[in-house]
Design a protein around this ligand. Structure first.
Ligand SMILES: *Cc1c(COP(=O)(O)O)cnc(C)c1O
Length: 416
């Protein structure tokens, strides 16, 4: 969290990582330039492909997740495009959980179709259904370790086994867990994606994303991923898997993905995320402790129909949480208000300390009514599957004094 990827800056000795607010990098000579462009030397050419401040963050995230390499980019949604880009061709298919963040369901189900990329959504708690869906044409399974907003915990080890046996790639969105609570690669994930917008930065200051690769997938042996194993015409017929081995995916993400998709992370944003990461463990401990207290209190409130928080004794995800999230079940969860849609809206409007907005993972506590906001574009069926029915209120518990949070919710529930 504090040291990986960044020592003192070699020229000035500056101890904190500088913001390299800079577009391009001088070549030593024509040979150096040629070898950089041929991908024969690692180094910086132009900040769309790589930047020293962003590179420090990439190394730090790779280290935190136990991965081989990483590519940071403009947002969590850009990270999802970047993760699929080396794997997919026009007409390719992948499978995803039907409990994903609402924005991901829209991105995969609608926008990806314009690239002729196709997603089948399945209930990933039904392992037989997952196994049936993972036929030989499927490129990847995409899940969340801890799903937003329902507090659903994925059975990572079982899903990794099924994906691995089918020859597909397991991609895990670990935004809500963060590497402090869960490291999906320890359970067999091939690729981890993050929205760094949330807990990694932790202050509600930036939009950012990251793709981290385990380096363990053998692209050459697989033959299912020609983008990584076949000659790349834009680099004189180089084969990424052959030339870069366990760095093939990460090198492709920079040299082709960021080069051509252009969804680059700004150095200032990388700096703010690096700064946030320094306190990740301290914040996550407090986030989780506060969240458990609030969830327990809500469970006893007469106007609350149910609370969906994986660390509660009655949660169906308690055993999975104990296995995969031993340090805490995160700080984003949902509860149901008696009185449905209207009551949900009144609780959100009745809060003072909680901010009513569409984000999670801020130092400040946040509240949202998904059915009228983030999940409004989905059908009733999709909303129910995603845990975002009409009575559902989502909380992202911040770092405040927990008694103040409980007092605020108590007042809002009384008014509803
Ligand atoms: C916010 C979020 C995203 C999208 O990230 P952006 O940074 O907003 O693009 C993806 N997955 C999850 C779980 C999220 O919470």
């Amino acid at each position: 969290m504090i040291h990986a990827g960044a020592g003192p800056e070699p020229v000035s000795g500056a101890r904190q990582t500088p913001i390299f607010q800079n577009t391009a990098y001088a070549f030593h000579d024509a040979d150096h330039a040629a070898s950089l462009f041929n991908l024969q030397t690692f180094g910086f050419i132009y900040s769309r492909l790589g930047n020293p401040t962003v590179a420090a963050l990439e190394q730090r995230l790779a280290s935190l997740e136990g991965g081989r390499g990483a590519a940071c980019c403009a947002s969590g949604h850009a990270a999802q495009v970047l993760a699929f880009f080396p794997l997919m061709e026009p007409g390719s298919r992948f499978v995803a959980s039907n409990r994903l963040y609402g924005g991901s369901i829209t991105q995969f189900g609608r926008t990806f179709r314009k690239f002729d990329w196709h997603c089948d959504f399945v209930d990933t708690e039904d392992l037989a259904a997952v196994e049936a869906a993972l036929d030989a044409g499927v490129k990847a399974l995409f899940i969340e370790s801890l799903a937003n907003p329902g507090g659903v915990v994925s059975d990572l080890e079982a899903l990794a086994e099924l994906t691995n046996a089918s020859g597909a790639v397991l991609i895990v969105d670990s935004t809500l867990a963060t590497p402090w609570l869960c490291r999906p690669m320890d359970w067999g994930a091939d690729v981890v994606v993050h929205s760094a917008t949330k807990f990694l930065s932790g202050n509600g200051t930036v939009i950012g994303g990251a793709v981290i690769d385990s380096g363990r997938f053998d692209w050459g042996a697989s033959g299912r991923f020609p983008g990584l194993s076949e000659p790349e015409p834009a680099y004189h017929g180089l084969k990424f898997s052959e030339t870069f081995g366990d760095l093939a995916f990460t090198t492709h993400a920079h040299a082709v993905g960021l080069r051509d998709l252009g969804a680059t992370m700004a150095p200032m944003n990388a700096f703010l995320i690096l700064l946030g990461l320094e306190t990740l463990s301290l914040r996550m401990e407090r986030h989780c402790r506060n969240a458990l207290r609030v969830a327990e209190w809500l469970e006893g409130h007469p106007k609350v129909a149910w609370v969906s928080y994986a660390a509660l004794p009655g949660s169906p995800y308690r055993d999975l949480a104990a296995k995969y999230l031993p340090n805490g079940a995160g700080s984003v969860f949902t509860f149901g208000v008696r009185g449905g849609y209207e009551a949900g809206i009144r609780v959100v409007e009745g809060c003072d300390l909680f901010s009513h907005l569409a984000n999670v993972g801020d130092a400040r506590s946040l509240i949202l009514h998904p059915a009228s906001t983030t999940h409004r574009q989905l059908s009733d069926e999709q909303r129910a599957a995603a845990g975002a029915g009409p009575e559902v209120v989502r909380l992202s518990i911040g770092l405040e004094t927990v008694d103040d949070l409980i007092r605020d919710l108590d007042r809002a529930l009384a008014a509803a």
